[in-house]
Design a protein around this ligand. Structure first.
Ligand code: ACO
Length: 261
């Protein structure tokens, strides 16, 4: 994407070695999200090179994301892409398709080609929380707060966040967090398994580098195949999973023997 296209999408993007960093870059509105941003994320994720092994997602200006751009709920802004009023006038199937398009980048963060890491400061609200949940791992600053605000606005969380939330914290806690739309502070998020690490805000950048270094230290093929195995494990029986492990190992054996010359 060109610099102008990235700016229009409210995004920044950089690749350093094996690590791609995508930054939501609308700090004036706390990195609120809109359809052009989601389309931009799709283009970035589609265009990632084979060298990329970790995708870091973060927000500019000291906060992760305040979620959906609330302007899209404003009847006065009907006509803008993603406007609730405009979308609600469409046929059911069209609405479902439209939301499916918006969900794409969230689903793409599960791609086994890379490990995705959300770096969360301050607020991860609504679509922001769901974006963080769509990443494989979450590292948070002590000041981070997570909130599934959608039910408070009359909506359901619809950006691929409900499944990873239930998988992370279980059905009952997920329901409690969503139905109350309360803020979950970083320390609680850590104890619930919602985030894997919490550090003081001033140490977040260094902790992110330490994590991405560790994630890229081992064999790329082994890490990719292991991510794919772990992703599918909950859906498989033990016998099916054992078969998947054996099958994945064939490729590993072949690569290792080739490396031995
Ligand atoms: N959409 C559009 N603009 C936003 C959003 C948003 N989601 N969040 C914040 N902004 C704007 C504010 O309107 C304000 O604009 P202004 O400077 O022109 O007045 C600016 O960002 C700063 O916001 P403040 O509220 O002043 O910032 P503060 O740091 O005090 O609070 C917080 C941050 C808690 C995130 C607050 O802005 C907030 O609650 N935002 C709304 C969150 C929300 O309801 N998101 C939708 C969730 S549902 C979903 O995502 C599907």
């Amino acid at each position: 994407m060109s610099p102008d296209e990235l700016t229009a999408a409210g995004l920044q993007y950089a690749v350093e070695g094996a690590v791609a960093t995508i930054t939501l870059n609308r700090p004036d509105v706390r990195n609120a999200q809109h359809p052009a941003m989601w389309a931009g994320l799709v283009r970035i994720l589609e265009g990632l090179g084979e060298e990329v092994r970790v995708v870091v997602v973060r927000g500019a200006g000291g906060t992760f994301s305040a979620g959906l751009d609330l302007g899209l709920l404003d009847p006065g802004r009907a006509g803008e892409a993603g406007s609730l009023v405009t979308t609600a006038r469409k046929a059911d199937a069209e609405i479902i398709d439209e939301i499916g398009t918006y969900q794409l980048p969230f689903a793409m963060l599960a791609d086994p080609r890379f490990v995705s890491v959300a770096v969360v400061e301050q607020h991860a609200i609504g679509a922001g929380f769901q974006l963080a949940l769509s990443c494989d791992l979450r590292i948070a600053a002590e000041d981070a707060r997570f909130c599934m605000k959608e039910p408070a606005l009359g909506l359901v969380p619809d950006l691929a966040g409900t499944k990873p939330l239930v998988e992370a914290v279980g059905y009952a806690r997920a329901l409690e967090i969503c139905a109350t739309a309360r803020m979950v502070p970083a320390a609680e998020a850590l104890s619930l398994g919602l985030v894997q690490q919490v550090v003081p805000a001033g140490e977040l950048d260094q902790a992110t580098v330490t994590l991405t270094d560790a994630l890229t230290a081992n064999f790329a093929g082994a890490v990719r195949a292991t991510k794919a195995l772990l992703q599918e494990a909950p859906r498989r029986t033990l016998d099916e999973q054992r078969l998947a492990e054996r099958t994945a190992q064939v490729g590993r054996f072949r690569e290792l023997v080739e490396l031995m010359g």
